[in-house]
Every structure is written in structure tokens, then in C-alpha cells.
Design a protein around this ligand. Structure first.
Ligand code: RIB
Length: 312
């Protein structure tokens, strides 16, 4: 068993630093093309945002999670905070910014169940270094710090650095993918969870797929300790700090909407490791959770409870 997992066996408290969005999910025949207007009847409003989805999933799966981020002083922000509270997520540190609107995501899901997302960042953009400083105690009290890339990248680096210095386990979901992440960030990361496209973007490759081992090695050489890449129906590729690498087949599932699949996978992985599961158990648990999420519509609305999983 490698060091990181051993450390995690006594870990309980997770803090997620990230985005909160109200998702507008629109069903359409196809993703809109340049200059085109599509008519459709179908839309739903769901609680979302990569950070909030992860914190919500952690709470719903029985983890102890707190969240740092920002919403506007509006109905959407209240709706998002209330939803996190229903699963026991500590939202006391989330900023309600009177100058901003709550973040929003426009998600078009086509007839093949593929999606495209536009995020209007709103209050998420105000998650800055003074805010992190003001909430440093929450970082200090936690054992695991989870970050994504829907808040300013400078803030992600700013929060990851002291987290690493304080010997927290730093988990990065590099989504949405950015090609030129500062090299410094990789040095602070204990575990990164890219999907196939993100793995290519992070490693400067034009090819989606290819040699996952080589791509993971590139990230490990930059300082990341563990890489767990989600490859859709091709399963999982993991390269761990103890030198092991493994390919794990995907679960068969009828896909309805892939929104929040990656978020719930990461949350489940963290919760299982925090409970003392080994890496194979954590990946398997995360795959089961993500398989349920993609079989349902929406982000937080699609996340199963621990009771539901236990009853499977
Ligand atoms: O990862 C899914 C999330 O990405 C959605 O909930 C949406 O808010 C976008 O941020």
C-alpha cells in the first residue's frame, strides 16, 4: 500500500474549493452550429457547478464535506446553498456576494446524449486570494482539499500551495481543461483526475487516447503523485506513486446525460479513500456512482445516496 493511501485511512474532513452554478439543461436534436438557431421545447433547471456537484456528492455518499466558493445574493444562490445543506455540506464559508450574480451553466444535451456547456462565471470569478486568506482556518481544519478549474486559476494555485505546505492531500480535477496550467500547480497535487480529453490537453497532445501510461508519466514528472484518468466506456487508467499502473474496464450503462459524471466519480473516490478503502475499492465505488449518474438527467439531481448504493 502506498503512502498517500495509508495517510488517507485516518482522514475525515474534506474541503471543496470551487464553483457553484445554476444549470439550465436544454434538450435538443443536435448541438447548435455556427449561425444556427434551434427550436426546442425541453429544458430543466438543476443545481450544478463542478465544485458544488463534488461537495454535494460527498455529502450524499456519507462523507464529511465543507465548501468554499461564492454565489450571488439571488434566488439561484439560495437554491444552491439550500441544496448543499440537505446533504450536510458545511456552507458557512461560502461567500454571498451582493455585487455578482450566481454562476450559470447552459448545457445542451443532444439526441446522442452528448453535451456542450457554456458557463457564465458570475460570483465564481470573485473567489480570489483575499477570500482564501479569510477562510484559511477551514483549509487548516481539513484533511483533503479538492479543487477544479471553474474559479480563477490563480486562486487554485494560491489555495493548493498552503494546502500542500500544511500536508493536506490535494486533489485536482483539471476541468474544464486548460492547456497552460502553471507548472507550479502540479507540484502541489497528490491526485489528479483528468478525463481522456483533459489528459491530452494537459500533456500538450493532439491525440485523444494514445499511450495513457506515457501521458500519466508526463504529469508525474511534473510533480503529480497519482494520476487516475477516466476514459469513458474504456474504463480507468491509474498511475500511482508506488510505481503501479492499472487499467480497469468500464461498466456497461445506458447513458441519459453525462453531466456531473466526472464530479461524482471524484467525490466517490475521495469518500471511499477517506473511509479507508484501498485504491482499487475506491475506483470501483466511484465507477458505480458515476454509472448511476450518467443514467439520469441533471447534475446534483442524478447523484445516488449511500443507501441506494448499499442496496444494489
Ligand atoms: O461538471 C458538470 C458541471 O459543469 C455542471 O453542473 C455545470 O455547472 C458545469 O459547471
Amino acid at each position: 500500500m502506498h503512502e498517500l493511501i495509508k495517510e488517507w485511512q485516518s482522514i475525515k474532513q474534506i474541503v471543496v474549493i470551487g464553483s457553484l452554478n445554476q444549470d439550465w439543461v436544454v434538450g435538443a436534436d443536435h448541438i447548435v452550429r455556427v449561425g444556427e438557431t434551434i427550436l426546442t421545447q425541453e429544458y430543466h433547471v438543476f443545481p450544478g457547478g463542478k465544485g458544488a456537484n463534488q461537495a454535494y456528492a460527498m455529502g450524499k455518499l456519507g462523507g464529511e464535506a465543507a465548501m468554499l466558493g461564492a454565489v450571488g445574493n439571488d434566488d439561484a444562490g439560495k437554491y444552491l446553498l439550500d441544496n448543499l445543506k440537505t446533504v450536510g455540506v458545511d456552507v458557512s464559508g461560502i461567500k454571498v456576494d451582493p455585487q455578482s450574480k450566481t454562476g450559470m451553466a447552459w448545457i445542451v444535451v443532444d439526441k446522442h446524449r452528448d453535451n456542450s456547456i457554456v458557463v457564465i462565471q458570475g460570483a465564481n470569478q470573485t473567489v480570489d486570494s483575499p477570500y482564501i486568506n479569510a477562510n484559511k482556518s477551514m483549509l487548516e481544519q481539513s484533511d483533503v482539499v479538492v479543487l477544479q478549474l471553474e474559479i480563477p486559476i490563480e486562486t487554485v494555485v494560491y489555495a493548493a500551495k498552503p494546502a500542500k505546505f500544511l500536508s493536506k492531500c490535494v486533489i485536482l480535477d483539471p476541468a474544464p481543461a486548460v492547456g497552460n496550467l502553471p507548472d507550479e500547480l502540479f507540484e502541489y497535487v497528490d491526485l489528479i483526475k483528468p478525463n481522456e480529453a483533459e489528459l491530452s490537453i494537459l500533456t500538450g497532445s493532439d491525440i485523444i487516447g494514445g499511450d495513457y501510461g506515457e501521458k500519466a508519466l508526463q504529469l508525474r514528472q511534473k510533480g503529480v503523485k497519482n494520476v487516475i484518468a477516466t476514459l469513458g466506456d474504456k474504463g480507468i487508467f491509474a498511475a500511482l506513486e508506488d510505481g503501479r499502473s492499472m487499467s480497469i474496464p468500464g461498466l456497461k450503462v445506458d447513458v441519459v446525460d453525462t453531466t456531473a459524471a466526472g464530479d461524482s466519480f471524484l467525490a466517490a473516490l475521495a469518500v471511499c479513500l477517506c473511509e479507508g478503502g484501498n485504491i482499487e475499492e475506491a475506483i470501483h465505488f466511484a465507477q458505480r456512482v458515476a454509472a448511476i449518474v450518467v443514467s439520469r438527467s441533471g447534475a446534483q439531481t442524478s447523484i445516488p445516496s449511500r443507501e441506494e448504493l448499499d442496496a444494489e
